[in-house]
Ligand binder design. Structure first.
Ligand SMILES: Nc1ncnc2c1ncn2[C@@H]1O[C@H](COP(=O)(O)OP(=O)(O)OP(=O)(O)O)[C@@H](O)[C@H]1O
Length: 304
């Protein structure tokens, strides 16, 4: 594992009776925010559980912060990680928030009580409440403060905005940006929400049905996926299909075709060379890109 990677999965497989995760190969860079996006049940939370050694992989290796997960006791590794799970732990329902914080503090020698209290203040969380009686959003904010209080090198956030009101989410985003300011910290998060991925992530990993469809640098992703409306006397569905990076062709009426591509620059050059008119272009949203990738994946699966 190189110094520039925070997390690396090589050939990771987890088999369940109704679901197979992997094989997954993934390299998450240090110093950036990477978001894993994918439909419900695509395996995002399962991947996190493997990273945290809460369950074991059947095949493959996982390295986090240069250490192989599960090869030796993970105590020292865990001290460098902060984790916000998607669901709160049921067995803690009767515990007071302050009691959980005391427990957590015991485990982390870098626990910073000032940072913890500052986070509670910023997020407006009352730590004197019993966990099971907190609102979903308050509980989430509390768990978030706990995950950050020891200044982890690597922060794993499973659906961080789930249950938060817009103001709380904005505060959380500000906290995350400040957390990243040092330059050597890493966030790996999962998300369903296009806007939060757009605002936060530097890299995006698409997952579907237990496997990774691809990992992309966010700005590059948005500048390479476009929908073009192309017209010309000699255009046909067969010619439109030859556009570089073509991921979908539809006739849009008369001699105009709607073509989706993931190689925008090459596609525009190709139109020039073919003497075709670029009537209009549309940048694509993340959910549209994901839908196109899922469609391609299904077509590939059918043809294999
Ligand atoms: N403890 C478990 N035992 C058996 N199967 C499970 C378990 N947890 C999850 N699964 C299955 O694994 C698959 C992936 O679930 P996972 O929760 O990892 O997906 P996800 O991408 O995080 O979904 P969501 O977006 O809904 O949170 C699903 O088919 C789910 O039913």
């Amino acid at each position: 594992m190189t110094e520039t990677l925070a997390v690396q999965l090589k050939g990771v497989v987890q088999k369940r009776s109704n679901f197979q995760l992997g094989p997954i190969d993934l390299a998450i860079p240090k110093g950036y925010i990477t978001a894993i996006v994918g439909p419900n049940g695509s395996g995002k939370s399962s991947t996190f559980r493997l990273l945290l050694d809460l369950v074991k992989a059947d095949e493959g290796t996982i390295e986090m912060l240069g250490q192989e997960v599960g090869s030796s006791p993970d105590v020292e590794l865990n001290k460098k990680i902060g984790y916000l799970p998607e669901e709160s732990w049921m067995h803690e329902e009767k515990m007071k928030a302050t009691e959980k914080a005391e427990f957590q503090r015991f485990w982390y020698d870098k626990w910073d009580v000032n940072r913890y209290q500052e986070l509670l203040r910023l997020l407006e969380v009352d730590p004197n409440q019993v966990l099971g009686k907190m609102s979903k959003g308050s509980r989430r904010k509390f768990e978030f403060a706990l995950a950050l209080a020891h200044g982890p090198e690597l922060l794993l956030l499973d659906e961080p905005s789930s249950g938060l009101d817009p103001l709380a989410w904005k505060t959380m985003i500000d906290v995350l940006h400040r957390y990243m300011d040092r330059g050597d910290r890493t966030i790996l998060m999962t998300s369903h929400i296009v806007e939060e991925v757009k605002r936060l992530a530097d890299y995006i990993v698409f997952m579907s049905q237990g496997h990774v469809l691809g990992m992309y640098e966010k700005d590059e992703l948005f500048s390479s996926w476009f929908v073009y409306f192309v017209s010309g006397e000699r255009i046909s569905a067969a010619l439109a299909a030859k556009m570089p990076g073509q991921c979908g062709v539809e006739q849009a009426g008369g001699t105009t075709y709607r073509i989706t591509t993931n190689q925008a620059a090459a596609a525009e050059q190709w139109c020039l060379e073919q003497g075709l008119e670029l009537v209009s272009s549309q940048a694509m949203e993340l959910d549209e890109i994901m839908a196109a990738l899922l469609m391609q994946d299904r077509l590939n699966a059918r043809s294999n």
